[in-house]
Ligand binder design. Sequence first.
Ligand SMILES: *Cc1c(COP(=O)(O)O)cnc(C)c1O
Length: 348
Amino acid sequence: MHIVDLRSDTVTLPSPAMREAMYRAELGDDVYGEDPTVNRLEEMVAERLGKEAALLVVSGTMGNLVALLSHCGRGDEIIMGHLAHTFLYEAGGVAALGGIHSHTLPNLPNGMLDPQDVENAIRDPQNVHHPRSRVICLENTHNRCGGAVLSPAQMATIKAIADRHGLAVHLDGARIFHAAIALGIDVKEIAAQADSVQLCFSKGLAAPVGSAICGSADFIREARRNRKMVGGGMRQAGIIAAAAIVALEQMVDRLADDHENARRLAAGLAEINGVTIDPAAVQSNIVVFGLADPTISLPQVSQALAAKGIKINPIDKAHFRAVTHYGVEREDIDRTLIAIRETLAELA
Ligand SMILES: *Cc1c(COP(=O)(O)O)cnc(C)c1O
């Protein structure tokens, strides 16, 4: 049975072109700066995002960690949403490994932070009681806010506050290309509203491993040292970079198909009795939906769907998250809708 796996876009397998590129990749020791494929990828990322320099890292988690270690010293504070990936899902690395203090503000449902909240959260640098505010973190698209897309204009309101107070803006852009495709703009316009950006090759872009961070040349010099410190110096990493290059060249424009499939799924779900969803809130490749009947257990629904070849996980007690990606076709969405309709009828 063909499995439709909507648990995450991290389940994507590399394309045949990626496997071929990995096989043929020219390699060297990247810790000596001698892997030509890594060097090419880092130049490509910097150029695509309009930044001076970029750095290949193992994962999105390592990218955010290394970026924040590079901006902050021990006891410094980062301001971020309470639903930020960095706050929820990165094992508290900034605190455990960086001694960095997290100041969370309520995320708005559209993935943004309230600019007034941000302004109020910034500490008085003269007051010895306060940690030092250093960085404001944004996330675009916003995973826990259902793939919400932040526009450059929204981001600019936060960047202006950061600039006024001498803080940096770090963007967790794990899905920055999804945001750019959803907005129909150049990814540079989004990246321009942040001092540093983390982006994932291993999500919807379908590369097997890897993320990059980018920013100023000074920032990346510091980040290269911090990457080594956390064990992320990777020798013949061109084997990974080769697939990431193919991801940038061949997998960005097709994200529009994933967005269309997500809209199709959301529209279909809205027609199913017992499902609660706002299809208008679906802006990219993530679809969050709930069940009208609070007595139905979500894990039980997941199990019943898995038996029909559909994998979807709950993200909390009341909601599922379905993620469209490379390898999920329009017919798979239609099969998913039938399976959900049948399952809810069986459990009702
Ligand atoms: C997946 C993800 C990350 C972390 O990436 P990993 O490669 O899984 O460590 C960071 N931020 C966001 C928004 C993500 O979705």
